[in-house]
Design a protein around this ligand. Structure first.
Ligand code: FVH
Length: 294
């Protein structure tokens, strides 16, 4: 079990995020080795105390724990596949964004080379790294996460999700789905209200209140989804669909884009045709849970 701030760590990939990760390790006192394809990006970090490695292989060999943060998984494979570094017994934490399939495949590849592997996802922008606001998700063998948690803690609020290496990527995109859906709904309402001279700043506090109320519904709705039972405790889907029709009608009458509400209403209409009109909104999980080709 590694503990204490004198534990060495390596960061491979010194883009905007890799540089922020390196600075957080340096601030926490970790001896930090760095490597980047374009070597000049290490210069300022070296002036701040980082140790430059001449090759990626040397960087991997310098510490028991290496953080990888590159553009995409293709870059990770290009780099690790050609590096002569010793991976046996080393732990790689790959914080590069990608899909769950890429994470699982990279885990198998790393483990075939004798490395321990955790996949991760960063739910933060570079300036937040090193603060509690930076949520960093990890998945893979729990013992490997526990072994390095005290070092990873320098980066922010580090979270372990489970043994399946794909979980961090799945939570990452699920979080993005949540974020964009909230923003899209707010933009739809803002576009509508602007047609009546209400500016975005005036609508924002009301929208925030609605978002907070809806957030309160999630645990109860999650119980309905997990139990597969959707009694209409507060409202039935067929009632919600009538309100969706109003939203579409208002949007079209005001010359506002109605594509998004039409898409959601089409899903709700299909659910009603399938016999779920008397059930509560989360029954739409059945529409969200299956792919459509058309
Ligand atoms: N920046 C952010 O706000 C987001 C927040 C959420 C998570 N992302 C993910 O983090 C990964 C890195 O993002 P980044 O912002 O640091 O990206 P860049 O500044 O573009 O740096 C990319 C680094 O990758 C190196 N690189 C690319 N291809 C290769 C390769 N074939 N071999 C070796 N290194 C490679 C690149 O090197 P160079 O161009 O400087 O030589 C940079 O170090 C990313 O997955 C985000 O989705 C950040």
């Amino acid at each position: 079990m590694n503990s204490g701030t004198d534990t060495p760590v390596t960061v491979v990939g010194l883009g905007l995020m890799g540089r922020a990760l390196t600075r957080a390790f340096l601030r926490a006192g970790h001896p930090t080795t760095v490597w980047n394809r374009t070597a000049s990006k290490a210069d300022r970090l070296v002036a701040e105390g980082a140790r430059p490695a001449p090759t990626a292989g040397d960087a991997l060999g310098a510490s028991p724990l290496t953080i990888i943060c590159l553009t995409d998984y293709q870059a990770v494979h290009e780099l690790l596949g050609t590096s002569d570094g010793e991976l046996d017994g080393r732990t790689l934490v790959n914080l590069t964004s990608g899909t769950s399939a890429q994470a699982r495949e990279t885990a198998r590849w790393a483990e075939r080379r004798g490395a321990r592997y955790l996949d991760g996802a960063i739910m933060a922008v570079p300036p937040a790294i090193g603060t509690a606001d930076a949520v960093i998700l990890h998945s893979g063998p729990q013992r490997d996460f526990e072994a390095h948690k005290s070092t990873l803690d320098a980066l922010g609020t580090v979270t372990y999700l489970g043994a399946d290496h794909g979980l961090a990527s799945l939570y990452d995109v699920a979080g993005l789905a949540m974020m964009w859906s909230v923003l899209n709904a707010w933009l739809q309402g803002t576009a509508l209200l602007r047609t009546a001279g209400v500016d975005a700043a005036t609508y924002a506090p009301f929208a925030r209140q609605i978002a907070a109320v809806v957030a309160e519904w999630l645990p109860g709705y999650a119980e309905q989804i997990d139990s597969g039972s959707f009694p209409a405790e507060v409202s039935a889907l067929e009632t919600d669909v009538r309100a969706m029709a109003h939203l579409i009608e208002e949007s079209e009458a005001a010359g506002v884009n109605a594509e998004l509400p039409k898409l959601i209403k089409a899903m709700a209409d299909r659910s009603i045709v399938a016999g779920h009109g008397g059930e509560q909104y989360p029954v739409l999980i059945e529409e969200f849970g299956r792919a459509r080709d058309d």
